[in-house]
Write a protein that binds this ligand. Structure first.
Ligand code: SF4
Length: 350
């Protein structure tokens, strides 16, 4: 049995995931089922299963949403045509896109309008990449770092007007290689001042590096389609430690723990803390858990404006219906900071 678990902090839910989970929770509390959601609300199988049990139907094509049904668009961001189609057929459309993904959409639209050829570093087929590329498909070239294709085939009209943007959840190791090559080829390269990798992605990668220094094994809790989860596994391995992604406690292979003294545990930005706790319980460290904190996070993203407007209208129409916290009910929308996505999932029976 391992002696100790080193538990990364920060880990798990980021501000964008918190916002998206709480927003969809409001939707299922307000509307009778089914509520539709375009794409997985966040890339985590357990979170998706909780919402499915609560009456959410996840669709991959917006035409699967019956006209007049309420629909939410996922945290990963949607193509402009999808937003328009959803708005056209749904009674209520709430876009739960993370503001940090919206920022990248804006960068792509702005650079394309200014005549730039844009290199987008992201994973082919990932929901976030699909939505971002759709902002300016003619001006944007996808470079998938996992395919190690480099920039040899990228031929801009004007080498003096090239921009580099990125999926928010990449590993630093994926982004830095393309950045270096692009800077060498295009000295006037435009790129965001602090890169597009979001604070949650970079903080979790810094924390896993700290773990890697002190562990024999790192376990990363998260789903297979979670880009930032996979990046954490890779960061740990590149730092020289054995690392595995686990969906939950049941996915731990007992052979991994043979002869292991210290296990590092972290979680991708969409993985619930219940799953992390279950993993720790399964490891059962004889000397307990030590938290390894690299920074504090206090980012908070408010609920989507369309949801807040809808809830304000409901509050004035049905006096008090959504304005006071009742046992087993979410808190008031204007006190959204006072409750968490973990509480929201518990409310739905997680
Ligand atoms: Fe937003 Fe980053 Fe979280 Fe994605 S991982 S939802 S970009 S904060």
């Amino acid at each position: 049995m391992p002696e100790k678990v080193l538990l990364a902090a920060p880990r798990g839910f980021c501000a964008g995931v918190e916002m998206a989970i709480k927003a969809l929770t409001w939707m299922v509390r307000v509307f009778p089922p089914p509520v539709y959601c375009y794409h997985e609300i966040v890339h985590n199988a357990a979170v998706v299963a909780v919402f499915e049990r609560a009456g959410v139907v996840f669709v991959e094509d917006i035409t699967e949403v019956p006209p007049g049904a309420p629909v939410m668009l996922s945290a990963h961001g949607s193509a402009p045509e999808v937003v328009a189609a959803a708005t056209g057929r749904a009674a209520v459309t709430v876009d739960a896109v993370c503001p940090l993904v919206t920022k990248v959409h804006h960068e792509v639209r702005k650079r394309a309008a200014d005549g730039f050829d844009i290199i987008y570093v992201g994973h082919e087929g990932h929901d976030e990449a699909i939505g971002t590329l759709a902002e300016a498909p003619a001006a944007t070239t996808l470079i998938d770092p996992s395919q190690q294709q480099g920039l040899a085939d990228f031929q801009p009209d004007d080498p003096g007007r090239v921009a580099l943007v990125a999926q928010t959840t990449l590993g630093l190791y994926e982004w830095e290689g393309v950045l270096a090559e692009a800077q060498a080829r295009y000295p006037e390269l435009w790129t965001a001042r602090r890169s597009d990798l979001c604070y949650a992605t970079t903080n979790r990668q810094e924390a896993v590096l700290e773990l890697a220094d002190r562990c024999d094994l790192v376990l990363v809790v998260g789903s297979a389609n979670s880009s930032n989860t996979n990046a954490l596994v890779r960061v740990a391995r590149l730092a020289g430690v054995a690392a595995h992604r686990v969906e939950g406690a049941g996915a731990i292979d007992p052979a991994w723990l043979d002869g292991v003294r210290v296990v590092g545990v972290t979680a991708g930005a969409s993985a619930p803390d219940q799953a992390v706790q279950a993993v720790i319980d399964r490891i059962g460290p004889s000397e307990g858990v030590e938290v390894v904190r690299v920074t504090d996070e206090d980012e908070y993203f408010p609920l989507p404006p369309s949801l807040r407007a809808m809830m304000a209208a409901l509050q004035s129409a049905v006096e008090g219906a959504y304005s006071a916290r009742q046992p087993g009910q979410p808190g008031p929308v204007d006190e959204d900071r006072s409750w968490s996505a973990t509480e929201a999932l518990a409310l739905l029976g997680a």
